[in-house]
Ligand binder design. Structure first.
Ligand code: PG9
Length: 418
């Protein structure tokens, strides 16, 4: 098994519904010109039945609009509960990916100096085009997306088009050295970095490195030194891998990619979405919320966190994770009771807005709880958890002197799990 997962990678996600809602829409494709002449491949789904002017829900992605089988899997999960409300859905391959023109740059930093374009300007130019070219729109746009798509939503908010009226940034990375995909607390994530960079930069579409043995851990052990990657496999052709090699420390390269310095204050209403067990990007949405919150004088910045792994709210019911049952369908709840009212409020004036400052799922009691601030400072206790022998955790301290106070195991890289 290989280690990297990524946002809604179609084949890996089971279809969640038998209802093919795409037949409810007229689909058109456009190559939308950007300010530098590069054209971006865009699919636009307009509801067949609507008689009123509708807002747009806009999703940008580096992973291809459709999955490996040519199916748009967003309709099976992330936006499923938005379909009946009535929106024009717009999907776009970002610059250099799939059917879009131009050059893909991993986490292209916001432009500075003489640069003409970035992901923010591409979003801006697309919105401008949509407003002029799609009939019966109500002049409002909501942007959403997860992970890389969440980061794209953050880029859209930096210098937003005036028609951008709402966002839901979901699991956006905020700092690839300190906390998100490529490093966790500065520790390089070897298998993730190897597989993701080759997957994104070997061709315009997703590429899957062909491991010659099925045990990936064994494969990485045999690989040996990091320098063997370029010597044996990549031959300096994967720019992001070269960056890993050239920037092993938290230097200017990583600082320029981190989003916090660009987030001066909230510009549009934004729902930050995080999963407690997100193995890739938990750091990001929390950091983005915290940074924007410092200057949120207009109350535009909100947080939701649930019992999910990476993207766990965007598909399925979220009733359980592995063997842990949460007593309710937490992902459906998010999509139906949080995300749908969020966009209906900002894009369709359907209110009032019931979203609290922070909504968090408490695991254990298995309840959603609302907070007026995050992290919560009032009415909370801060209990300690203690290790016990036999691999147990408890809120009770171990009894000193009864031999229970410690446990031990041998750390052996050749046999990872004791
Ligand atoms: N976590 C993935 C990712 C985002 C940004 C950079 C690299 C990887 C993703 O699921 O999109």
């Amino acid at each position: 098994m290989t280690a990297s997962t990524s946002w809604l990678s179609g084949a890996a996600r089971k279809l969640q519904t038998g209802r093919d809602v795409t037949s409810l829409f007229v689909k058109t494709e456009a190559m939308i010109p950007m300010r530098d002449g590069v054209r971006l491949h865009t699919e636009i789904f307009i509801p067949k039945k609507s008689r009123v002017a509708l807002p747009f829900i806009f999703i940008r992605t580096p992973y291809g609009i459709t999955d490996d089988k040519g199916h748009n899997s967003y309709f099976d999960g992330l936006i499923r509960e938005l379909v009946d409300e009535g929106y024009v859905f717009v999907f776009q391959d970002i610059r250099g990916r799939y059917k879009s023109e131009g050059q893909f740059v991993m986490f292209r930093p916001p432009r500075g100096g003489n640069e003409k374009i970035d992901e923010g300007t591409d979003t801006y130019d697309t919105i401008e085009w949509l407003l002029k070219n799609v009939a019966h729109n109500n002049g409002r746009v909501g942007i959403m997306g997860g992970s890389y798509g969440g980061w794209l939503a953050v880029m859209a908010m930096l210098d937003p088009h005036p028609a951008l009226k709402a966002a839901a940034e979901q699991a956006s990375p905020a700092d690839q050295f300190l906390g998100d995909d490529f490093h966790h607390n500065g520790a390089f994530r070897l298998s993730y970095g190897f597989e993701y960079s080759s997957r994104m930069e070997s061709s315009k579409i997703q590429f899957h490195f062909a491991f010659d043995i099925s045990d990936a851990f064994e494969w990485y052990l045999r690989l040996g030194a990091l320098s063997n990657v370029n010597e044996k496999y990549f031959h300096a052709n994967i720019p992001t891998w070269n960056d890993f090699e050239e920037h092993p420390n938290y230097d200017e390269f990583w600082r320029r990619q981190a989003v916090a310095p660009y987030l001066v204050k909230p510009t549009v209403p934004n729902l930050n979405v995080a999963g407690w067990w997100d193995q890739e990007d938990f750091y990001g949405p929390i950091k983005i919320y915290e940074t924007l919150e410092k200057n949120d004088t207009r109350h535009l910045n909100y947080l939701v966190s649930g019992p999910w792994n990476h993207g766990g709210w965007a598909h399925g019911t979220g009733r359980s994770l592995g063997k842990i049952d949460f007593d309710s369908d937490t992902a459906t709840y998010y999509r139906e009771k949080v995300q749908a009212p969020w966009f209906a409020y900002w894009l369709k004036d359907r209110g009032p807005l019931t979203q609290p400052e922070a909504l968090a799922f408490q695991t254990g009691s298995n309840k959603w709880a609302s907070y007026e601030e995050w992290p919560p400072l009032h009415n909370i206790t801060n209990p300690k958890l203690y290790f016990h022998s036999g691999g147990r955790l408890s809120f009770d301290p171990p009894d000193a002197g009864d031999g229970e106070g410690f446990d031990s195991y041998i750390s052996d890289p050749a046999h990872l799990v004791p």
